[in-house]
Design a protein around this ligand. Sequence first.
Ligand SMILES: [Zn+2]
Ligand SMILES: [Zn+2]
Length: 269
Amino acid sequence: MIRSKWDQRIQRADELAATNETATGVLRFYKRLASLQKDLYLFFQAANNCSANKHVSNLREAELNLPVLLPKFPDFLIDLKTFATRPFADAAQDLRDKGESGWRDALTSVWQNATDFSPPDADGLLAWIFLQPYAECFANGVERTPTSAAAPICPFCSAKPVVGVLRPEGDGGKRSLICSLCSTEWPFGRVLCPACGEQSVEKLAVYTASQFPHVRVEACDTCRRYIKTVDLTKNGLAVPLVDELATIPLNLWAKEHEYTKLQPNLLGI
Ligand SMILES: [Zn+2]
Ligand SMILES: [Zn+2]
């Protein structure tokens, strides 16, 4: 039986939490979060919101289904609060207390501004976490032809990439990017900054740390942005979205060197 993407993420978080002392707390939190998102994904899938939209070629064209989303959102916030630490837990309670108009504002704001979601405010981050499986359900439900264009934003939903991937191809690795909202993966040039389009090798720095040989920081000296890339040619067991979360020392290194992350992950990091 093929494990779902959600089960792969949950299992990988479990494995890494046991071996990676610098990120145990983050990974245990993410594991609970991913379980919650998996339940939402299955709910959205069962509500037939996703596969009914095969004709949608870009998520921007899809209306947010508020009659399905709004009743689900307060329960999500309370569930999240049961295992979140402060200030996440407080933010979830505050948003819960805002009532339906506040929930509507948070959800529609994220949906309409997916391209510019950085840096996140607390309400926006909670709405993003909630809408991520909704967007992923759409992305998995549509029939698309693979894109060969090296777009810096997601070809399906226009959000920025949260992590890069190197997959085995020939003697090297083929690079792609994974969307921060709908998790669509699309091809992208290896020597190309996804923030500003810089193509000069001298301006594009790569940093790795011995404790995570399969994860690299790809930084641009022109725009001072960076993205992490998970190299599956070095570790075929890695799950990019999870290994990205588990490598916090790389974020600290980048910050010390005055690079800003292209897109914060689900935890706002
Ligand atoms: Zn996307
Ligand atoms: Zn750049």
